[in-house]
Design a binder for this molecule. Structure first.
Ligand code: SAH
Length: 442
């Protein structure tokens, strides 16, 4: 497991907002930073300028999608942006304890829901594969509990580069990988501990079997539409070419209503909102699968409960980056609106959270795990890394309060079933869901 030497000192993707809230000037928005006339005209910028010249201003969602996941030039497609030499760092990369506790969460839910004979672990946006690797180590250590269970790993990843790194992390390529770029399952392998692992570009292609889903810092990279309230009603923020400076982009407002306005709540009181239809589609897909086959989804990200306004920002080299400058060289992200995710799941499955990362990890026993690892390690530098990693994950000023955990569960997981009702006809309390309350082994 990767433990970074200076984990405590590294800037986070969730560090702060990149741009001051957009001010509606009647005509166009500032991108929040001084213009950089000599900023590089990246291939992505040239592609976008050409696109806008041919079809007109594009939505922020279209911009994010092109910049991040365009199959030829997208930011995520050909680079490893994680870690010290990259643009940002995430919890699984900071401390092995993070993934281990998530591994325990999945086993605890698997046990609480009747120890199914099959167990598909599905990860959305697996980065370097570090989180999946740490979860699998826990599965190996608790092999006696899972021994009769048929486990498989399913990774949903659009990045060619990152999928190669994930394969190296998880399989060490001891068994040669099978590749088929044309197939929905574009790569297959076997993990170090002998578990089959498959790669997909789309969740839709993952077999609809009993599954446990995990998405860490995945929903925040999905494209958002931005809207500003004006005297004429909601107007979408678009991206156009600056007529004053060649090869420079700027924000403008759509002159009339646009279709994504349908995603804004009728009673919305904020004057600037971000909506993420793609997140809604994925939550509905997860919810339908969980309602159909059982299992659970655990989603962790930075976000809010329908309260924040302008959170769209960029990160490059661990620093905030103007979202419109040198597109394709920086990560783009927006806070996750958990109230929207909850609405999208409602009726199909139950949801829990969002709760703060600090509370979730505390409930999962992070203090006990830290103590065990500290007791085992004699090397002062390793102890220092463990303590710094703990501080980064738990400190409210670092990741402890910025990151949230949110879960989707079948309704029957939270409500006692009829055959469990005891002789007094009073409902037994359902077994608590770990993390959202203290972990107890049933
Ligand atoms: N979960 C990892 C990585 C977070 S970065 C961690 O916490 O360390 C976001 C990840 O989502 C990357 O692996 C990126 O390639 C992937 N990704 C981005 N957009 C995606 C999409 N539309 N579908 C699938 N994966 C996507």
């Amino acid at each position: 497991m990767l433990l970074l030497a200076n984990a405590g000192a590294r800037p986070l993707r969730a560090a702060a907002r990149a741009v001051s809230p957009c001010l509606w000037g009647g005509k166009h928005f500032s991108s929040g930073k001084e213009p950089v006339e000599n900023s590089p005209a990246t291939p992505m910028l040239q592609h976008l300028v050409y696109k806008i010249k041919s079809t007109g201003p594009i939505t922020v969602a279209e911009y994010m999608k092109e910049v991040l996941t365009n199959p030829v030039k997208g930011y995520y497609v050909h680079r490893d942006m994680l870690g010290e030499k990259g643009d940002f760092i995430t919890s699984p990369e900071i401390s092995q304890i993070f993934g281990e506790l998530l591994g325990i969460w999945f086993i605890s839910e698997w046990m609480a829901t009747g120890k199914s004979a099959t167990f598909q672990l599905v990860e959305l946006g697996p980065g370097r594969g570090t989180l999946a690797g740490d979860i699998l180590r826990v599965f190996s250590q608790l092999g006696s509990v899972l021994k009769k269970c048929d486990i498989s790993i399913h990774l949903v990843e659009v990045s060619q580069k990152l999928s190669e790194i994930q394969a190296l992390t998880l399989t060490e390529e001891k068994v040669p990988l099978e590749r088929d770029a044309e197939s929905p399952v574009y790569m297959k392998g076997v993990t170090k501990s002998g578990i089959p692992v498959s790669w997909y570009r789309d969740l839709q292609d993952v077999p609809k079997e009993h599954s446990f889903y995990v998405a860490h810092e995945f929903f925040d990279v999905l494209p958002v539409h931005k809207f500003q309230k004006t005297p004429q009603g909601w107007r979408e923020v678009l991206i156009d070419i600056d007529p004053q400076v060649s090869d420079k982009l700027r924000f403008v407002l759509a002159p009339c209503a646009t279709p994504a306005e349908a995603f804004i709540q009728h009673d919305e009181t904020r004057d600037h909102v971000e909506v993420c239809p793609e997140a809604g589609v994925i939550i509905q897909e997860l919810s339908q699968r969980i309602a159909l086959t059982g299992g659970a989804a655990l989603i962790a990200d930075y976000g809010h409960d329908g309260t924040k306004t302008d959170t769209f920002r960029g990160f490059c080299g661990h620093k905030l980056h103007d979202v419109l400058i040198a597109p394709g060289t920086a990560d783009l992200t927006a806070d996750v609106d958990f109230s929207y995710l909850r609405r999208m799941a409602q009726g199909t499955v139950a949801s829990l959270g969002p709760i703060k990362q600090q509370t979730f990890l505390k409930n999962m026993g992070i203090d006990v795990r830290l103590k065990v690892l500290l007791d085992k390690s004699t090397e002062p530098s390793l102890r220092q890394q463990l303590l710094q990693g703990y501080d980064m994950l738990m400190n409210p000023k670092k990741m402890g309060e910025r990151f949230n955990f949110f879960a989707l569960l079948p309704h029957q997981r939270l409500h006692a079933r009829s055959h469990e009702i005891n002789a007094n006809h009073s409902k037994p309390s359902p077994s608590p869901v770990a993390g959202f309350s203290e972990l107890t082994w049933q």
